[in-house]
Ligand binder design. Structure first.
Ligand SMILES: [Zn+2]
Length: 89
């Protein structure tokens, strides 16, 4: 019965998270052009840091990492250091 309680807790947590993800953040809905995209420099940066080190290293071009959002075409530029790339490695 401990396993059942664990599953129930997990499921409840997932439901709450899905509801949060589908609800548009109030601050974004006021910006008409970007209402459908919630990307930000911080979000892109944390996404970069979730990549494998070798994948991040491959993204470095001309001494910088440029990420273009596929949804709103926003362009974010990072230094290799900001992207978590170990220079010279
Ligand atoms: Zn975006």
């Amino acid at each position: 019965m401990t396993a059942g309680g664990w599953l129930e807790g997990l499921h409840g947590g997932m439901s709450a998270r899905l509801i949060m993800d589908s609800a548009a953040p109030p601050s974004c809905s006021r910006v008409s052009l970007q209402a459908k995209c919630s990307c930000s420099r911080e979000a892109v940066s944390s996404m970069l840091k979730s990549f494998e080190a070798k994948d991040r290293a491959e993204m470095v071009k001309d001494g910088k990492v440029v990420v273009t959002c596929e949804f709103c075409s926003s362009v974010y530029e990072f230094t290799p250091h900001e992207a978590g790339v170990e220079e010279g490695a």
